[in-house]
Design a protein around this ligand. Structure first.
Ligand SMILES: *[C@@H]1O[C@H](CO)[C@@H](O)[C@H](O)[C@H]1NC(C)=O
Ligand SMILES: *[C@@H]1O[C@H](CO)[C@@H](O)[C@H](O)[C@H]1NC(C)=O
Ligand SMILES: *[C@@H]1O[C@H](CO)[C@@H](O)[C@H](O)[C@H]1NC(C)=O
Ligand SMILES: *[C@@H]1O[C@H](CO)[C@@H](O)[C@H](O)[C@H]1NC(C)=O
Length: 495
């Protein structure tokens, strides 16, 4: 009996070894390893109305994996956009200090020197550059001076083109939603079938429309080709300068001043004084600027609460009369038909969110959006104030913005009800704000490689599979041996 047990020992040991190997392979390595150290990057989004700082983070060992970079923290710079410091450039640099001090605390000290820092300025600075290239250069020099005082790896302050702004917003949205490439549970990189998502951004001074298209753009200025993770993308993009929220509001104001009537887009019961210098300072209101006016004059203006007249003023912003291409959006700009799913962020989101949450109105269709705009435009000042007392400064502008968003999408970009049903209004994906800033950093740090991710993961994966097979074979062989040895001798067969 003892001899029999002894003979079972080797196969039993073999089985135990196989089992142990299998178990070890199945323990997730993540649990035993130290947490990976993080890397950081900082982007200052210098918009026309204000500057935001975003601190991003990602695991140091996974630089080229999609969807890995996320937002660590953010900070809103107090005061206006850097372009508002044209008369006092050093003030533009000074305005950033509070957020930069926060960045010193948000990023661990030992990572400061290795953290890239970028400042990108958008349409506000594009407009300032149009009116005074010297003034915009002085503002950029002033912010550069401030940014170089910090221990981060400062990589420059620039004005983005409208094209870059549109494309980087598109890259950000699709990166965060893992539409370019995904690492599957089976250990392979694959391209998700759902395709990419179009992006619509509405800033203070410009608005961008960007989406993937199948055929070449008739106007080369509207086409960008990108190679991301080994795949080629053909993207249509256009940025409309002077079609951002603040510039649209100033242009409507300038039109109203010509009519000498109450402002049809402001609520009845609201009145204020308008400083002519503010209205006519921008190149966007040049066409409506009177020959002579006293720039320090203030003009009293009251609200008229007239949705129909407001709509006609807003639709006057879109010139649909001529198109040198087979099809256009407006102002003679080429645009193929919108296709696929879209995400609409920044002021698109804030406008629709107000209609939904404060006004309690449905905005699932273009018709509902139009009805909601008419409803907001029919509210009196006291009715609006009662709904959202905390938002007083912005309240008069929700009617014109709702009208503008509705007209821009339907009249301008030619969304029909079907296409509109595929638009989501969203400002974040997970914890990360959707905007051009993340895409800009990913591009400048080369974190989206042109080629598919390396064999790093697949090599590890195939050796893992080989080991798995080896230990399984070992275990099976041992079990077979055990069975053979343990089986009692066959009883003699009865004939
Ligand atoms: C990421 O890709 C870049 C360029 O393709 C390469 O130089 C870098 O070493 C990669 N980083 C990692 C962590 O794989
Ligand atoms: C402009 O208006 C200010 C105050 O409204 C007045 O003091 C000034 O004299 C005016 N200038 C001209 C050129 O009319
Ligand atoms: C619209 O654009 C055309 C062509 O650029 C121009 O001739 C026309 O004056 C514009 N109309 C308006 C109302 O601005
Ligand atoms: C991203 O960076 C590369 C160079 O690293 C450049 O060739 C490419 O044009 C950039 N993409 C965009 C959209 O600007």
């Amino acid at each position: 009996m003892a001899g029999k047990l002894l003979s079972l020992l080797p196969p039993a040991l073999l089985a135990a070894a196989g089992l142990a190997g299998l178990l070890l392979l199945c323990v997730p390595t993540r649990d035993v390893r130290e947490p990976p150290s993080l890397k950081y990057g900082i982007v200052l989004d210098a918009g026309s109305s204000h500057t935001s700082m975003f601190v991003y983070k990602w695991p140091a060992d996974k630089e080229n994996d999609t969807g890995i970079v996320g937002q660590h923290s953010s900070c809103d710079v107090r005061g206006g956009g850097i372009s508002s410091y044209a008369d006092n450039p050093s003030g533009a640099g000074q305005s950033l200090v509070e957020c930069l001090e926060q960045a010193l605390r948000d990023v661990p000290r030992e990572r400061h020197a290795g953290t890239p820092l970028y400042l990108g300025a958008t349409a506000g600075m594009r407009l300032l550059h149009l009116t005074s290239p010297e003034a915009s250069a002085k503002v950029l020099a002033a912010v550069t001076h401030t940014l170089t005082q910090y221990p981060f790896d400062f990589r420059g302050a620039r004005i983005l083109s409208g094209q870059d702004e549109g494309v980087f917003g598109w890259v950000t949205a699709n990166y965060l939603l893992e539409n370019f490439i995904k690492y599957s549970w089976a250990g392979r990189w694959f391209r998700p079938r759902k395709g990419t998502l179009g992006a619509m951004d509405l800033g203070g001074a410009s608005t961008q429309l960007t989406f993937e298209v199948a055929s070449p753009a008739e106007d080369p200025a509207n086409e960008v080709q990108l190679r991301l993770y080994g795949q080629q993308y053909r993207v249509y993009t256009h940025s409309f300068l002077c079609y951002g929220r603040d510039q649209v509001l100033q242009r409507l104001l300038a039109s109203v001043l010509q009519t000498r009537r109450p402002h049809p887009c402001w609520p009845r019961g609201y009145s204020t004084h308008v400083l002519l210098r503010d209205v006519y300072a921008s190149p966007c209101t040049e066409a409506q600027r009177p020959q002579t006016f006293n720039s320090s004059d203030r003009v009293g203006l009251s609200g008229g609460g007239d949705p129909a007249f407001c709509r006609s003023l807003v639709s006057g912003l879109f010139n649909l009369s001529s198109c040198p291409f087979s099809r256009c959006s407006f102002n003679g700009v080429f645009q193929p038909p919108v296709a696929g799913d879209f995400i609409a962020f920044s002021a698109f989101f804030y406008t629709v969110d107000f209609l939904r949450t404060v006004m309690g109105l449905p905005v699932a269709t273009l018709q509902q959006l139009e009805d909601a705009a008419v409803t907001v435009c029919s509210q009196t000042w006291s009715e609006l104030l009662a709904r959202a007392p905390a938002a007083e400064a912005h309240l008069p502008n929700y009617c014109p913005m709702a009208m503008f968003v509705q007209q821009l999408l339907s009249l301008g970009y030619r969304f029909d009800e079907h296409a509109f049903s595929r638009v989501t209004f969203q400002k974040k994906a997970g914890d990360t704000a959707v905007g051009w800033a993340l895409g800009y950093m990913l591009n400048l740090t080369n974190m989206i490689p042109a080629d598919p991710p390396g064999l790093r993961k697949t090599t590890a994966f195939s050796s893992w599979v080989a080991l798995l097979l080896l230990f399984t074979a070992l275990l099976l062989a041992a079990l077979v041996l055990l069975l053979c040895k343990a089986r009692p001798a066959k009883p003699p067969s009865a004939i």
